[in-house]
Design a protein around this ligand. Structure first.
Ligand code: ATP
Length: 457
């Protein structure tokens, strides 16, 4: 008979009760721990996350008030409000048992119990405990998925012939389960392409889960990707699925894969090789069924030569490789993209009549867009907000080519000139994202606007 993967704790001062309970329960459950001494409770709670705790009402000899049981129950629930406690009461203690239920116990048994009754009650509480855990995990996944779906915009705009092979590749690869690596500078649309592949795939009805590996620290990497069980480390207050599990049946998008340290690369490679993971703190293997799409703006092939990226990991992730050209190499896309963003932000800011004339479009086409489509998007958003007339003029666009040097001249002591240069540098470094630039400068967004218009930027 296969045993249920569950941990049961029985706390009772009657050695006979403990032995009988153990004998019955151990035939059905993987782990059954019995304890006579209530002082060991803290230690036991720190050791495991129990599915069911069977707790006696009275411990000191002769005491039948049930107060000790209630005190211990409170202690358990203070530590884990989701704990499932089954009270073990003697005949005649029903009132106390009812009080325990009010305090948060899930059920009670009256001693002496029948073997079948004990087993059936523990089994049904165990089932309840597991269902609740699953619901909790689903809620966590759902929160992340919903956050992921709340995006402004999903269409891919392009008329450039350089993008044609990319659309062909998307269509060919979408229906397969092949791992895809998307290369390209920041803001070229790598995530958009990853979503397009997922949406056209057989997994479209399942989750698309994104992980920004550039933002995941070395210490959190495993728990973020593989999940953890309660108690695996200090902050692990409950069982949590990792992103791999959340993407089960769907697609996992690992952004900024070039930012992974060699140690993290090794852990990821092991998971991909064995198509299995286990949550931190558990050695139970979980099979993976996820389609993997990775992206980076880093030169992975150069990094292999420099021993900064593992070749074997590259071969696992790049079954199909898609290279997105920078916006400056597809000038034909600038106009349709600009019009698209104009429509989008015109609607958002209730300025639907906004237009672009040829002189303005020419300025946009001549600029090199180091921040690519994202920079164009922010430039249009800013222009829509700031423009005084519905016809956007070239002056409505703050486009500063990247200078050869990026430092404030040290021989310039004019405070206003220094401020102007600091603003220019911050806006450039933030690739036109004014919220980010304002944060870097330590200014509010509206103060930044005021200063920019003062300096004619
Ligand atoms: N061809 C396109 N059509 C419409 N919008 C686009 C296009 N390409 C990119 N965008 C928009 O530009 C922004 C940046 O795109 P995305 O986040 O996909 O780029 P990325 O290459 O993943 O950036 P990063 O490397 O910084 O993560 C997004 O708002 C996206 O919707």
């Amino acid at each position: 008979m296969t045993k249920e993967d569950a941990k049961i704790l029985v706390l009772d001062d009657d050695q006979g009760v403990l032995y009988t309970a153990k004998m019955i329960l151990k035939q059905h459950f993987e782990t059954v721990i019995i304890e006579k001494d209530p002082l060991k409770l803290d230690f036991l709670l720190n050791q495991h996350n129990y599915d069911v705790i069977v707790l006696d009402m009275n411990f000191s000899y002769g005491l039948t008030s049930g107060k000790e049981g209630i005190k211990l129950l409170r202690k358990i629930l203070a530590k884990d409000p989701n704990a499932h406690v089954l009270m073990n009461t003697a005949y005649g203690e029903i009132d106390i048992a009812v009080e325990a239920m009010k305090e948060g116990a899930v059920d009670f048994l009256v001693k002496p119990w029948q073997k079948e009754k004990l087993l059936a009650t523990v089994q049904s509480i165990c089932k309840l405990s597991k269902t609740k855990k699953q619901v909790q995990e689903l809620k966590t996944s759902q929160k992340i998925v919903v956050k992921d779906q709340q995006r402004e915009f999903e269409d891919i705009i392009s008329v450039s012939p350089t993008m044609k092979p990319i659309f062909e590749a998307i269509n060919k690869v979408a229906e397969t389960d092949a791992n895809v690596l998307i290369l390209g500078e920041n803001g070229t649309g790598k995530e958009l392409i990853a979503r397009a592949i997922h949406n056209r795939s057989l997994r479209a009805d399942e989750n698309f889960i994104k992980v920004d590996l550039g933002a995941v620290s070395e210490t959190l990497f495993e728990s973020e990707l593989f999940g953890h069980v309660k108690g695996a480390f200090t902050d692990a207050r409950e069982d949590r699925p990792g992103r791999f599990e959340m993407a089960h049946g769907g697609t996992l998008f690992l952004d900024e894969i070039g930012n992974l340290s060699l140690a993290m690369q090794a852990k990821l490679l092991t998971a991909l090789q064995f198509k299995q993971i286990s949550r931190v703190g558990s050695n139970k293997a979980i099979n993976l069924d996820t389609r993997l799409i990775c992206a980076t703006n880093m030169p992975l092939y150069d990094m292999i030569v420099e021993s900064e990226f593992r070749q074997d990991l590259l071969y696992r992730i790049n079954t199909v490789e898609i290279k997105l050209p920078p916006l400056r190499d597809r000038i034909e896309d600038i106009e349709p993209l600009a019009r698209h963003f104009l429509k989008m932000y015109g609607k958002k800011y209730r300025k639907e009549k906004m237009r672009l004339n040829d002189t303005t479009l020419n300025k946009l086409k001549k600029y090199s867009w180091p921040g690519n489509v994202r920079e164009l998007q922010h430039a249009i958003e800013r222009a829509v907000i700031m423009a005084n007339s519905p016809l956007l003029a070239p002056e409505d666009f703050l486009l500063i080519e990247r200078p050869t040097q990026n430092v404030i001249a040290t021989d310039n002591y004019n405070i206003e000139e220094m401020e102007k240069q600091a603003i220019q540098n911050a806006v450039r470094n933030a690739e036109g994202n004014l919220t980010k630039a304002a944060q870097t400068l330590g200014l509010g967004r509206s103060t930044l606007y005021r200063k920019m218009s003062k300096y004619g930027l």
